[in-house]
Design a binder for this molecule. Structure first.
Ligand SMILES: [Ca+2]
Ligand SMILES: [Ca+2]
Ligand SMILES: [Ca+2]
Length: 333
């Protein structure tokens, strides 16, 4: 290892002195000591020499600048530079910042003439005369900053390279659903574990959000509708939750004429599979907390398998093809 490092360094030194000692001068003279660029890392590499770091940037089309931490030989490639970036350039003792433009592209060897695309990097054997290179996927690209996704609160360790992650949040007025992370997969595509749900129409209770859908539907259509919103027909597990749903979605509408919807809402319970054994539609788990109306469940006419919440917050089993409003529930993190 020592021999390899030494010969590598020597080879590099000879190359530099012979070929481009004057070329390297602008690069070294324009280093910015004590700074690093925040929030635009493509990838990072431990145990890199500074020139390795610059070379890695030169073989990576998306890279425009590097941060280098001398104490740990730690290299970061950036997809922005300080002039164009709407990002931070804080004082960071021990760090050096440098831009790709200040370095001779010949440092990239055979890769200086590669035609790799923006999300690729040119791979070749360093410090050899080998004329062969290949383009390999480098990153997933810069995630779309539009829409409801807020990428301004990313963390120090976030990066867009393969197998790296970015922490995202949702713009004001949106609920975050999921872990909030974007993971760059090995095929170069982002995996989004984040969904930003418009707060309009949804109400938050604990770690869940709920929405009254003001269209009359059969129980099954209501279930399908909720699922199409990555939600489920409301599942009530406690008296507190029952009271909350009742007070938020039924009480406000009680002054209305109830002739269209009967002032009831579908909830997710049913005994369609096994008469008398009520389960929740989401996962088939048995219903534990119950809030039956005094005469129910009565399976009236032998044909009542779906649960509605009544105008007083109690439950009734009802024919599943009855039409009424319904409440969807969704987990958030
Ligand atoms: Ca629930
Ligand atoms: Ca029944
Ligand atoms: Ca009934």
């Amino acid at each position: 290892m020592w021999m390899f490092q030494t010969s590598k360094a020597l080879w590099l030194l000879i190359n530099l002195i012979v070929q481009c000692s004057s070329n390297l001068h602008p690069g070294f003279s324009r280093l910015e000591h004590g700074h690093r660029l925040d929030g635009s890392v493509i990838n990072s590499f431990p145990e890199f020499s500074f020139l390795d770091c610059v070379t890695e940037c030169l073989v990576t089309p998306r890279c425009v600048s590097v941060n280098y931490f001398k104490g740990a030989n730690f290299c970061e490639l950036n997809y922005e530079k300080k002039e164009t970036a709407n990002i931070k350039f804080p004082e960071s003792p021990g760090w050096v910042y440098s831009e790709k433009d200040h370095w001779p592209k010949e440092l990239a060897g055979v890769c200086s003439n590669s035609n790799c695309s923006l999300h690729e990097k040119c791979a070749h054997k360093k410090y050899t005369k080998d004329e062969h290179f290949k383009c390999v996927i480098s990153d997933c690209g810069i995630p779309d900053r539009t829409g409801n996704l807020d990428l301004s609160q990313t963390r120090r360790e976030d990066a867009i390279g393969i197998h790296r992650r970015i922490h995202a949040s949702c713009s004001e007025g949106y609920y975050l659903i999921g872990s909030g992370r974007l993971t760059c997969q090995s095929n170069g595509e982002w995996k989004y574990d984040i969904l930003c749900e418009d707060e309009d129409g949804w109400k938050k209770y604990g770690q869940r959000i709920y929405r009254l859908v003001t269209e009359i539907e059969t129980w099954n259509s209501a279930k399908i509708y909720c699922e199409s919103k990555d939600a489920y027909l409301v599942e009530i597990d406690s008296l507190d939750e029952n009271t909350w749903v009742f007070e938020n979605f039924i009480v406000p509408n009680l002054p209305d004429d109830c002739s269209i919807w009967g002032c009831t809402v579908w909830i997710g319970g049913n005994d369609r599979e096994n008469e008398g054994h009520f389960v929740w539609s989401r996962d088939g788990n048995p219903i534990t907390f119950k809030k039956w109306n005094s005469r129910n469940p009565d399976n009236y006419n032998g044909n009542e398998d779906c649960i509605e919440m009544r105008h007083d917050g109690s439950w009734n089993d009802r024919q599943c093809d009855h039409l009424t409003l319904f409440v969807c529930e969704k987990d958030i993190n």
